[in-house]
Ligand binder design. Structure first.
Ligand SMILES: [Zn+2]
Length: 285
């Protein structure tokens, strides 16, 4: 076996180099939060979808409208996918959203779409868990660091176990039912999620992904402004509040409510959906 590597003489000096923020948020186009704040004071309910526990449901939100994900009945985590309603290839890009806004999202942060589009699909306009911040373990809520619980990882880690109500499968079934796509075609459109209400972080000593009981309580909600016409899918994770385990039927699970709202159209006169990325896509060829 190889010996452990020997630290160089200047190891401490190298570790002491100060970090630099990769993407300073000051360089991002500013979200018109004052406009959204005024518009959200005029909201009228357009419709709602109840997501059953250990299952998922789809919903549609026209550009310029708002939607909320509500905790009802009990603490519950939700796994959110978003697509351009007219083009499933434009979908939420959790990795770039994480690079731009950090590991956990809250009011003012945006959900960005995949290349070559790279534009805001939605902006978070209210977060009743905004008070949580980061706890003593480095945990926070609404992460873009987890992926989604899925039956492949479960099979890998449980010696071949088969479980069919992981968020990945729930989202796949819901998208297939909504679009009429065959199951395996729908599955290819399911992507890494925004973990709504989930409390997660990385352990300070080993850098491992952790979860802990969500601080969400019935009445809490996360609110979004739809920047483009959206098709959404939300799974009520089989992990429930994710205090112990997922990928099984043991955790207490609760439904989640998605509500869609329309603002007074006067409030958004002059507002337009964001343009797609201006990169010319020639890639130097
Ligand atoms: Zn899940």
């Amino acid at each position: 076996m190889d010996q452990p590597t020997t630290p160089p003489a200047d190891a401490d000096a190298r570790r002491a180099v100060r970090p630099v923020i990769c993407y300073p948020t000051e360089t991002l186009p500013e979200a018109p939060m004052a406009l959204y704040a005024a518009a959200r004071r005029t909201l009228r309910t357009l419709g709602e979808v109840l997501v059953p526990p250990r299952d998922a449901a789809c919903f549609r939100v026209p550009a310029g409208h708002f939607f909320r994900i509500h905790s009802v009945e009990g603490p519950q985590v939700g796994d959110l996918n978003l697509w351009n309603a007219a083009d499933l290839s434009e979908r939420f890009y959790s990795g770039k959203t994480r690079a731009l806004h950090g590991t956990h999202l809250t009011t003012g942060d945006r959900l960005w779409s995949a290349f070559p589009h790279l534009r805001p699909m939605a902006t978070i306009t209210h977060d009743t868990l905004g008070w949580y911040g980061f706890d003593g373990f480095g945990g926070s809520v609404h992460d873009v660091i987890g992926t989604r619980c899925d039956p492949y990882t479960h099979c890998l880690l449980s010696d071949g176990g088969q479980y069919h109500h992981c968020c990945h499968s729930n989202l796949t079934r819901a998208l297939a039912a909504e679009t009429g796509l065959p199951l395996h075609e729908a599955e290819a459109h399911v992507h890494d999620v925004l973990n709504v209400f989930m409390c997660t972080g990385f352990t300070r000593d080993t850098g491992q992904y952790f979860m802990k009981a969500s601080p969400v309580r019935p009445g809490d909600y996360l609110e979004f402004f739809a920047e483009i016409d959206l098709l959404g899918a939300l799974s009520a994770c089989p992990g429930g509040d994710c205090s112990s385990e997922h990928s099984s039927d043991t955790a207490a699970c609760h439904p989640l409510l998605v509500e869609v709202f329309s603002p007074d159209p006067e409030m958004l006169s002059g507002w337009q959906p964001p343009a797609r990325s201006g990169y010319d896509r020639s890639h130097g060829a």
